[in-house]
Design a protein around this ligand. Structure first.
Ligand SMILES: [Zn+2]
Length: 569
């Protein structure tokens, strides 16, 4: 009996040994690269080994040999650069996916061009079918449309281009729409229609609506009719469209080297779909979702939804998205002083302070992170006031201000003092630069517009995103904006506020991970963290400035799996 037991013990030990030795070898190895770990102690290495979904080793080419056996896939980087997968800390996942189904107006240079795209689209539509587009911006047009109100065109050309189809074209900022007559007729919009609270129906001097609606409450007058039209689809069709948009967004993210994505406002219905796709392992990108629902709904449902690190850190649902104001382009940003180019107007407060205070208290009591959109200096001040009352008791709540775009100098140090994260979109700076001084005047532009340097010097943490589909999801363009503040014409927008390249890389990796409570498992390349890695054709930390924009994504690795490989390179 004794021998019998010993025999089995021996076999058992042999089994353990062989399984141990198995895990000592990597599934995937990168060699001969410049690998920025974004870990201050480790710095730059040449090689990295992955076991299943986890980084097992980072080090020299010589050291890595111990991790390679016959089954290991070895990728020679040939001097290419690897970094932790990009985290887009503020963008809209469904919106990004749906962009493919809409008319893309982001690159349009005139109102005529916008109208022409709608005319072409109308030719292919049935009577009554809606036409949806997004991305126009009157400040980026080569000439001012005539007639206009505050630079906005009237609907006439649009109405002519699509007489039988309702049209909604969203402003690039996401804070205004222009629609045609068919859409206004469906919604019963007339001269006598009153502005809803927090929104504005833009009118000519006789009080007639010109077709432009500012902010959500005014846009809703039209959008509810579009929603009604969409709801005529069967529930299966609705779910199918949503899933198609999700996969389209995931694909675009992976093609752009993005492995983590903070979704800035999703409904519980959308979160259900995300969770289903995480459970079926089809959602491979890591989503940190901000809940975009009203206070009452959040109160009722949050216990069933709160998640952190769910599905091997593929889904977080522990944040709330709110809006205090609108955007600068549409003059919705809530300013302490009136707009320089519209002295009767100081922007819009789009959610009441009472409601925001209620959200903050609820969030504080229920371990929810609050992420509030604030663009204007007054919007930022008001939110910091609300945050400060609660956060003085506990500064590790990592509450965020989304955009933090125009700050009165007094507000800068209130970010680090309260542990408030500045969640900024560096590419907004260079794409808005053409109209910032017009809207705010030189003094406010210099003192407070996209003041990354000032925030960093005071010790604030900045995480970086693109706000896609407001901007393109492209992280290279966004990184370039952060480190150059250069416009298309080569001019620089207050260059003293640039980030260094190392700071920009952190803002896009480890700071994003910190902003979603995942810095222990994501955001840098070190043993034990998830293997989320992006390989770049150029070393964005050292190449001459002009070459940054030529950088291509070569590989995207998510959880140890290659989810994108650039075959053209
Ligand atoms: Zn946004």
């Amino acid at each position: 009996m004794k021998y019998f037991t010993a025999f089995f013990l021996l076999i058992f030990a042999a089994l353990i040994l062989s399984s141990c030795s198995d895990t000592n070898y990597a599934d995937l190895v990168f060699i001969n690269g410049t690998i920025y770990t974004v870990d201050d102690e480790i710095g730059t290495v040449q090689a990295l080994a992955i076991d299943a979904d986890t980084i097992m080793f980072v080090g020299t080419a010589e050291e890595i040999k111990d991790f390679i056996d016959d089954d290991t896939k070895v990728i020679d980087l040939n001097g290419a650069t690897a970094i932790p997968g990009f985290t887009d800390s503020h963008a809209h996942f469904l919106g990004l996916g749906e962009l493919k189904l809409k008319i893309d107006l982001l690159d349009t240079k005139s109102w005529d061009e916008v109208v022409e795209l709608v005319r072409k689209s109308a030719e292919e539509k049935e009577i009554g079918e809606w036409i949806i587009g997004r991305g126009w911006h009157q400040e980026k047009w080569s000439d001012i449309p005539e007639p206009n109100v505050n630079g906005y065109p009237y609907h006439y050309d649009l109405t002519k281009a699509a007489p039988n189809n309702p049209v909604i074209l969203s402003h690039a900022s996401g804070h205004a729409i222009i629609v045609n007559e068919a859409a206004m007729k469906l919604a019963g919009i007339e001269k006598t229609t009153l502005d809803p609270i927090g929104g504005k129906i833009v009118r000519d001097k006789n009080g007639n609506p010109i077709g432009v609606f500012e902010e959500e409450s005014a846009e809703a007058l039209i959008r509810i009719h579009y929603d009604e039209y969409l709801n005529q689809r069967s529930p299966e069709e609705i779910a199918e469209d949503k899933i198609a948009a999700i996969f389209s967004a995931q694909k675009e993210c992976f093609e752009n080297g993005i492995t983590s994505f903070h979704d800035a406002g999703a409904t519980f219905e959308t979160i259900d779909v995300y969770k289903m796709l995480v459970d079926s392992h089809e959602l491979k990108i890591r989503l940190n979702v901000m809940i975009g629902e009203d206070n009452q709904t959040i109160r009722e449902k949050i216990d069933d939804y709160w998640l952190r690190g769910y599905g091997d850190h593929h889904l977080n649902v522990s944040s709330i998205k709110k809006y205090v104001d609108g955007a600068l382009g549409s003059r919705g940003a809530w300013m302490l002083e009136p707009y320089s180019d519209l002295p009767t107007h100081s922007g819009l407060n789009v959610t009441s302070i009472d409601e925001l205070e209620e959200t903050a208290e609820f969030a504080f009591e229920n371990d929810l992170q609050l992420c509030t959109h604030a663009i204007g200096d007054k919007g930022n001040r008001v939110m910091l006031d609300i945050y400060e009352k609660l956060l003085a008791q506990n500064t590790d709540r990592r509450w965020r201000i989304e955009h933090a775009q125009h700050l009165n100098p007094a507000e800068v140090e209130r970010f680090p003092a309260n542990g408030v994260i500045a969640s900024m979109q560096t590419v907004h700076c260079t794409s808005d630069a053409v109209f910032v001084e017009k809207r705010l005047g030189e003094k406010r532009a210099e003192e407070g517009a996209y003041v990354w340097r000032k925030l960093l010097e005071k010790g604030a943490l900045i995480c970086n995103g693109t706000d896609a589909p407001v901007e393109r999801i492209n992280p290279i363009q966004n990184f370039y904006a952060a480190v150059t503040r250069k416009l298309d014409d080569g001019s620089e927008f207050y260059p003293a506020q640039k980030m260094t390249r190392a700071e920009a890389l952190k803002s896009y990796t480890i700071n994003g991970a910190y902003s979603s409570f995942q810095e222990d498992v994501l955001g840098s390349l070190k043993t034990g963290k998830y293997a989320d890695i992006t390989v770049l054709s150029k070393d964005i930390l050292t190449v001459p400035e002009e070459e940054i924009l030529d950088t291509k994504i070569l590989y995207t690795v998510s959880g140890g799996k290659i989810v994108f490989k650039n075959d053209t390179n």
